[in-house]
Design a protein around this ligand. Structure first.
Ligand SMILES: [Fe+2]
Length: 231
């Protein structure tokens, strides 16, 4: 028998966008935001709830916990949870990574760390754009920090909906490399989309995440980063 969950019983929910669909114009067009948030992200949430429906014990787990503990899940839902929990978590971070009042340069400790680890802010941007353009297929490009104490910053890409914490990195900033993120406005020109994205980057949010990453070394600590995730 297929169990049907009412909305109240569903563990995972589509987070509201922190700004209107058109707020990132002209850099990200409103129609792309409508489809990206209201259709694509919503579908990942629905798929995650659907996959978990026959397993009540798993409904108490956060999407990030599920993503980081795939081997503990029943084999028949592992693939579905990998894709849907990853899509949910990563898109949640993406909406926060952008802002209508974004752009500029990162200041404070994050700005210092970028200058230290990449040489300069412009060299970091070039690395990020190059990595994003170079990923084959669908995925994500990240500014992330190694989890070990004093971990340095890195630009990395992940395939599909993989998340940096699956690879020992704490995410600070993210952009979406799936075609649904840019095809309406930029068609197949991913590099153009990446180069035009910087004016909406929410550097204060990235700086907050950098400060939070200072507490990322002890998995038993209540301040370990994924305990703070809203998903
Ligand atoms: Fe996306």
């Amino acid at each position: 028998m297929i169990e049907v969950l009412t909305p109240v019983e569903q563990k995972h929910h589509l987070p509201a966008l922190p700004y209107p669909h058109a707020a990132l114009e002209p850099y990200i067009d409103a129609r792309t935001m409508q489809l990206h948030h209201g259709e694509h992200h919503a579908r990942y949430v629905a798929e995650l709830n659907g996959a978990l429906a026959p397993f009540p014990d798993l409904r108490s787990k956060s999407a990030l916990w599920l993503l980081l503990n795939l081997r503990k899940l029943p084999a028949e839902i592992r693939v579905a949870v990998h894709a849907s929990a990853g899509g949910h978590v990563n898109h949640g971070l993406l909406w926060q990574a952008m802002s209508p009042t974004g752009g500029g340069v990162p200041l404070g400790p994050l700005g210092d760390a970028i200058a230290r680890d990449f040489g300069s802010f412009n060299q970091f941007k070039a690395r990020f754009d190059e990595a994003g353009a170079g990923l084959r297929g669908s995925g994500w490009v990240w500014l992330a920090r190694a989890l070990e104490k004093g971990g340095g910053l890195e630009v990395l890409t992940t395939q599909g909906h993989d998340h940096p914490l699956m690879h020992g990195r704490f995410p600070l900033l993210v952009n979406d490399l799936w075609e649904h993120a840019y095809y309406l406005k930029h068609e197949n020109r991913r590099s153009e989309y990446l180069a035009g994205w910087w004016p909406v980057v929410n550097w204060p949010e990235a700086a907050r995440r950098y400060e939070r990453s200072e507490h990322s070394t002890d998995e038993k600590s209540p301040r370990f980063p994924w305990t703070k995730q809203p998903f």
